[in-house]
Ligand binder design. Sequence first.
Ligand code: GLA
Length: 385
Amino acid sequence: MMKSGMGFLPPMGWNSWNTFTWDINEDLVKNIADIIAEKGYKDVGYEYIVIDDCWSLRERDAHGCLVADPAKFPSGMKALADYIHSKGLKFGMYSCAGTHTCAGFPGSFEHEFSDAAQLAEWEVDYLKYDYCFKPRNMDGELLYRRMSLALKNCGRDILFSACNWGADGVHDWIRSSGAHMYRSTGDIQDNWGSIKNIAISQIEKSAYTGNYCHNDMDMLVVGMFGGSNNDFIGKIGGCTHTEYKTHFSLWCLMGSPLMIGCDLRKADEETEKILKNPRLIEINQDAEARGCYRVKPEPQWFQTNEVFILVKVLQNGELAVGFFNLSDDRREISLQFWDLGISYASGRKLSFYDCWEDKDFGTYQERLAVTVDAHDCLILRGKLV
Ligand code: GLA
C-alpha cells in the first residue's frame, strides 16, 4: 500500500458517535485503541481513533479554552493522545464551525486559531468539524477555509475532516478549502434504507472524490446490529450480515473513508471478517483514489437505480468491479465488456478474482452475467489478459 502524505488516501479508523454518542470516557477509548492495535485492525490500515461530540464541558474556561469533561476524561486529552500514540495509532477529536456543536457544547466559531493551537498542544492528529449552530448568513465555505488554514498553521499535522452533510454544494468548493475529507450526506442510520439512500445519492458525485479530499459517506454501521444508544441512529435498528457486507463494499468502491462505528469489544466473527477484508480495503486504498463509474445493466427495459455495477480503475490497470443488487428481489446482472472500454476486436479477456470468497472467478470474454441475491453484491477484481 503506497501512502504519501496526510489525507492522500481515504482515512481509516474508528469514531465514537454511532454507538456511544454522549456516553464516552477515556477507558472506553483506550479499550478500543487496544483492540484496533492488537486484533489485526491496525495491520489492515485502521489508524485514527476519533472522539466525536460530547467530550467537553458546556462552557469554555476563563481564558476561552475548551475544557475536556473531567468526569469523562479525568487524565485529560494529552494523556489520552499519549496512550493512543503509544499503540502506534493516531488521535482524532471533534468540534464545530458554529457557536455550538450539534449536542450543544461550545463550537469553534470565532475561536478557530486558538482551538487549533489547543488541539496541537494536546497532540491531536485529526479534527472532525461539524456544521450546527452556524450563525445565519455566515458563509459556510469561509468557515471551513478558516479552520483549514488554522490547522495548517498550528505547527502539527492535523487531518481536517469537514462535516457539513453535503449542504451548500460542498463538493464544488471543499477541495479548494484545504479539507482532506468531507461528509456528503446527512447522518447514517443503522438500517438498510439509510445505507441504500446514501450510496445511491453519491454515485453521481463520484468525480469529486480523490487524493487529499475524499467523499465521506459517513461512519460505517457494520456490526452495530441496532446497538446504538441514540434513537436516531439506531432507528429501525440493525442490518443482516449480508447488508453490512454490501454496505462495506459500497464504501470501499466509492472511495469513502472507512471509520468503524460499532462497539468493537462486541464484534462477532463475521463483523471482523467484513471490516478486515484485505482485498476490499486494497480497492479502497488504491493509490490513485479514483472515483468509480456506474454501468447500468442491460437490457434497457430493466432499469432501476437499485441494481448497478460500479467500476473503479486501479493504479495497476486492473478494475474493481462491483455488482450491486440493492433491490428486494434476486436479479441477474449482466456486464458487457464494451462498457469497460474493452472491445471484442482487441481479443482481450478479463480474469476475475472474487474478493469476498477469496478465490478465482474464471476468465471471460465479451460479457459476464451473474445472479445476485437481494441486498447482496459480488465484488470482483479483473485483470486484462
Ligand atoms: C452531526 C454529525 C454526526 C455527529 C453529531 C454529533 O449530526 O453529522 O456525525 O458528529 O453531529 O452531535
